[in-house]
Structures are given as structure tokens and as C-alpha cells.
Design a protein around this ligand. Structure first.
Ligand SMILES: C[S@@+](CC[C@H](N)C(=O)[O-])C[C@H]1O[C@@H](n2cnc3c(N)ncnc32)[C@H](O)[C@@H]1O
Length: 332
């Protein structure tokens, strides 16, 4: 498939996602709809392969701007796509609700999670995600969410800020940056804009390339905290796997090691059978692993894709397949 440019967000590893996921008619869930790039490719593949009848794509995003763009992009496939505003934390509930409304069983053939933020979110100054753009310190993917980056930067104690930058940004200078933020608050009242925060960080980072790394790490840490990105991930993976039909697949693209570690751990746990305490010598496990890995190592983008889409540089794709029908879709 040719790599095409998308101004909202250029989706990564599209060919691979379609090849891994689209193998039969069924329910497909894009838990991170964004501008709808991956969803469009999935719907086109379903159509081209004669799987369109009997298929349904459920697209989920917590950002209204993403939903508006995706709705427009997927218009020709309206009849087979249901787009929902929500958090993929509630993936099981959303799948059960949509399937009930459509009168189909909630047995899912494929789930995609393309984690993190879209280029559109990063590039829109008013959303406050980027240290390169002057804007309010916001960083909420869901604009109705209660807590913004501004609240965190201006209300967390120095120790909490340092822990946050260390934990979610793996930032070695976390303590001195936290100290500088609190000192700035004391003399200026509050940190309100991305540029104010970026200047405080610049004043506390080593020079050259390392400043950029520090800026990226601190902004990443704040974004993860504002959107509870890591807290929701393992539960969404668990619940998504419960919704997969036998031989259904889940594909997850992550962009930094904190996300990838969670994906790797959950996939490994779910593929392991439970043989009880050591030395018992059971003939059969107490519980079989419910998935099998399809990618032994994470798949990365080709040099050609990286050359045309810099976001693809850090992308890691892991895919599992459901082999054992355990768990039920949607928490009670
Ligand atoms: C990397 S972009 C996805 C881009 C998309 N694959 C495309 O082709 O355009 C991630 C999207 O997921 C959304 N998102 C991130 N975490 C989410 C969550 N917990 N629940 C719902 N949406 C989420 C973001 O708002 C963003 O639009």
C-alpha cells in the first residue's frame, strides 16, 4: 500500500495493521480513532476483500476534534462505522453497548490501539501539548476533563512534581526542575503558558541537544499525568482481550518505553498458562493462557516510512491472537 500524507495525522504502520488484523468479516474496534487514518484503511480492506457485509467498525476517541475529522473522513463507510466519544478505559462497555444497539454479538475480530497523541493535537497551539508552540498549559485530550497541565504545575508540591518528572519522563534533573517551578510560582504567582514552562526548564537543563530531550521528557510526563495514560492502559488491554472472539487479534502501537513495557507485560501474562505452585506437577494447567503472540519482537517501521513520517521513528507494534475463549466482554 502506498504511503499517503495526512495533514491531521499521518498514521504509522498502516500496511502492517491491515495485514495483521483484517482476515474475515466481523467487529473491528479502533480504540484510538484520531483522524481516522487506520480506521479508513481497515474499512477499505474489509470492502476490497469482500468482508464488508457482516462487518462493523467501532471507533473510539476522547477528543471531539478527532471525532469530527474522522466522521468526515469515514463518511463513505457510514453504514459500517459507529464513532463514539469515550475513553478506551471503557472499551468493554462501549463494545457491548454498540453491539446491543446493532443487535450483534460482542465478539470482536480485531482491536487497534495506536497510543499517545495525534500530530493534530501536538500541532494545535491552543491545546498546549508542545513546548515549541506558545499556548495555554492544557494538554487535555478530552477538553471536558477536570484537570489540566496548568492545575498540576501550579498545585503539586515540589516533591510530587519531581516524582512525576522522574516517573513519567525518566528525567534525571527532575528535582532541580521541580524546585525551579516552585520558585517561579512563588515570585510570579503561576506558570500559565507552555513558553513560561519551557523557559523554566531551559534555565535548568544542560545546553545543546540535551535541552530538547529535557523539554520532551518533562512535557511527556505532564501529558501522561493529565490524561492518566498509563493508568488506563493495562485495564484497557485486559478488557479488550476479554472482548476478542477466538482467533481475534489485538494490535498495539506504542511510542515510548513506559507504554511498551506495559503492553509487553500484559501480553506476556495473558499468554502464560497457570501451572499452580511449583512442584505440584499438574497434568493440565489450572488455567490456559488466553492469547498467543503473533509478533515475537515488536515490529518497527521501515526506513522508507521513517523518512516520510518522523513519528514512525519511535513506533513499536505488538500483536497477539486470542486462542482461548475466556472472560466476558464489558465489566458488570
Ligand atoms: C496516535 S493518535 C491515533 C491516530 C489514528 N490512529 C489515526 O490514524 O489518525 C491517538 C488518538 O487516541 C486518542 N486517545 C488517546 N488515549 C485515549 C484514551 N484513553 N481513550 C480514548 N482516546 C484516546 C487521542 O485523543 C488521539 O486522537
Amino acid at each position: 500500500m502506498a504511503i499517503t500524507r495526512d495533514l491531521f495525522h499521518d498514521p504509522v504502520l498502516v500496511t502492517e495493521i491491515v495485514a495483521f488484523l483484517v482476515r474475515k468479516p466481523g467487529i473491528y474496534v479502533d480504540g484510538t480513532l484520531g483522524g481516522g487514518g487506520h480506521s479508513l484503511a481497515i474499512l477499505r480492506a474489509l470492502f476490497d476483500r469482500g468482508f464488508f457485509e457482516g462487518s462493523l467498525l467501532i471507533g473510539i476517541d476522547q477528543d471531539d476534534a478527532a471525532l469530527r475529522t474522522a466522521r468526515e473522513k469515514l463518511r463513505e463507510f457510514d453504514a459500517r462505522a459507529v464513532l463514539v466519544k469515550g475513553n478506551f478505559l471503557d472499551i468493554g462497555g462501549i463494545i457491548t453497548r454498540v453491539c446491543r444497539e446493532k443487535g450483534v454479538e460482542p465478539k470482536v475480530a480485531g482491536i487497534l490501539l495506536d497510543l499517545g497523541v495525534s500530530s493534530f493535537q501536538i500541532d494545535t497551539a491552543e491545546r498546549g501539548f508542545s513546548y515549541m508552540r506558545e499556548g495555554p498549559l492544557d494538554m487535555r485530550m478530552d477538553m471536558n476533563a477536570a484537570i489540566s497541565a496548568c492545575d498540576i504545575v501550579n498545585t503539586y508540591e515540589e516533591k510530587q512534581l519531581a516524582q512525576l518528572f522522574y516517573r513519567y519522563g525518566e528525567e534525571p534533573r527532575s528535582r532541580s526542575i521541580a524546585r525551579a517551578i516552585v520558585a517561579y510560582r512563588q515570585s510570579n504567582g503561576a506558570v500559565n503558558s507552555t513558553q513560561e514552562l519551557a523557559d523554566i526548564i531551559r534555565g535548568n537543563a544542560h545546553g545543546g541537544e540535551r535541552v530538547i530531550k529535557t523539554l520532551s521528557r518533562v512535557f511527556q510526563a505532564l501529558r501522561i499525568e493529565v490524561n492518566a495514560e498509563l493508568d488506563v492502559l493495562s485495564r484497557a488491554l485486559d478488557d479488550g482481550i476479554d472482548c476478542l472472539d477466538e482467533y481475534g487479534r489485538m494490535a498495539v502501537i506504542s511510542y515510548h518505553s513506559l507504554e511498551d513495557r506495559i503492553v509487553k507485560r500484559v501480553f506476556a501474562e495473558k499468554s502464560r498458562s497457570d501451572w499452580g505452585p511449583k512442584g505440584v506437577g499438574l497434568r493440565e494447567p489450572l488455567a490456559w493462557g488466553s492469547v498467543t503472540p503473533i509478533t515475537r519482537k515488536p515490529m518497527i517501521a521501515s526506513p522508507e516510512e521513517i523518512a516520510s513520517n518522523s513519528r514512525a521513528r519511535s513506533a513499536k507494534l505488538r500483536v497477539i491472537e486470542k486462542i482461548y475463549q475466556g472472560g466476558s466482554c464489558g465489566r458488570p
